[in-house]
Design a protein around this ligand. Structure first.
Ligand code: SF4
Length: 290
């Protein structure tokens, strides 16, 4: 829980607040945009939540904040928080869930969970938080812990140890990591029927994305939705390996059909398949101008 004595002056008066330890990871802003906004290099409360839906979203942001920078002052909110904490992972659609509980060690990256009859998949690593561990166990544990790239691995060892999960990462990002499976080369890899991993070097040399059931694309830090640009985009200023290569990798995704972009950083995005292809082409065109 955040420190009320370090409450940022930019917060709207009231129950919810952000303190000055915020690392500007963006999570609260996409999870509860009716409450939190960007004040430059940190977040603050722009409007105190009043509706049940907005209060719930703000509490979910509090639980998910990687640095415990969000707080509440009223006893009623603290009581509600005890009900919200075990509610993760949250359903996205079908059998895909958002884990919450972002980890500071991955700079607050989002992680995702797929509940499947022949083996669940965790996509990147959330914080190893007791309420989430309990819920993941109730949902059948983890068969594969798929890691999109080296930056968002957080508590992977604890998750793998608890559930006996097979950790999968591309070898070009796996150096120094204790994992079970290292993918090599540039060809797609079928993890299981309907689950394919595509190498997308660029952000890092070993970045990959996971394509699931022609509907979901888990993109790590390769691709995300920008609220500010109102379009799909890639992190030009956080491209650690090769921008030219990342453009080629982005183009390689154009033939894929999907309706969801579920990233590590940045906002998630949903559109019909044809509109998604149009948005992706627009992103490629934008990247070529950068
Ligand atoms: S989730 Fe926490 S660290 Fe991230 S922007 Fe919001 S207050 Fe800051």
């Amino acid at each position: 829980m955040a420190n009320a004595n370090a409450r940022h002056a930019a917060n709207a008066p009231g129950d919810f607040f952000v303190d000055t330890t915020c690392i500007d990871c963006d999570t609260c802003r996409w999870l509860a945009p009716e409450t939190f906004h960007d004040i430059g290099d940190q977040s603050a409360v722009h409007t105190q939540p009043t509706s049940p839906a907005d209060r719930l979203a703000a509490l979910q942001a509090l639980v998910s904040c990687p640095t415990a920078s969000i707080g509440v002052t009223q006893a009623g909110s603290r009581a509600a928080l005890r009900e919200v904490s075990p509610s993760f992972p949250l359903l996205v659609e079908d059998d895909v869930f958002y884990c919450g509980y972002h980890a500071e060690s991955s700079f607050g990256a989002a992680s995702w969970f797929i509940q499947r009859a022949d083996g669940n998949v965790m996509v990147d690593s959330p914080r190893f938080a007791a309420p989430l561990v309990k819920r993941i166990a109730e949902m059948g544990g983890i068969r594969w812990l798929y890691l999109t790239h080296r930056d968002d691995v957080a508590d992977h060892a604890k998750w793998a140890g608890r559930f006996g999960a097979e950790r999968v990462i591309h070898a070009d990002d796996g150096r120094g990591l204790d994992v079970e499976t290292r993918l090599t080369g540039s060809a797609p890899h079928e993890l299981a029927p309907g689950l394919a991993i595509y190498p997308v070097p660029g952000h890092t040399q070993g970045s990959t994305v996971l394509h699931y059931h022609d509907k979901f694309l888990f993109t790590g830090d390769h691709l995300a939705w920008s609220k500010r640009l109102d379009s799909l985009y890639a992190f030009r200023s956080a491209c650690w390996y090769s921008w030219e290569q990342q453009i080629k990798s982005m183009e390689s995704l154009l033939p894929l059909r999907f309706e969801w972009v579920l990233p590590g950083h940045g906002w998630k995005f949903r559109a019909g398949a044809a509109e998604m292809t149009r948005q992706l082409q627009k992103c490629v065109d934008w990247m070529r101008r950068k």
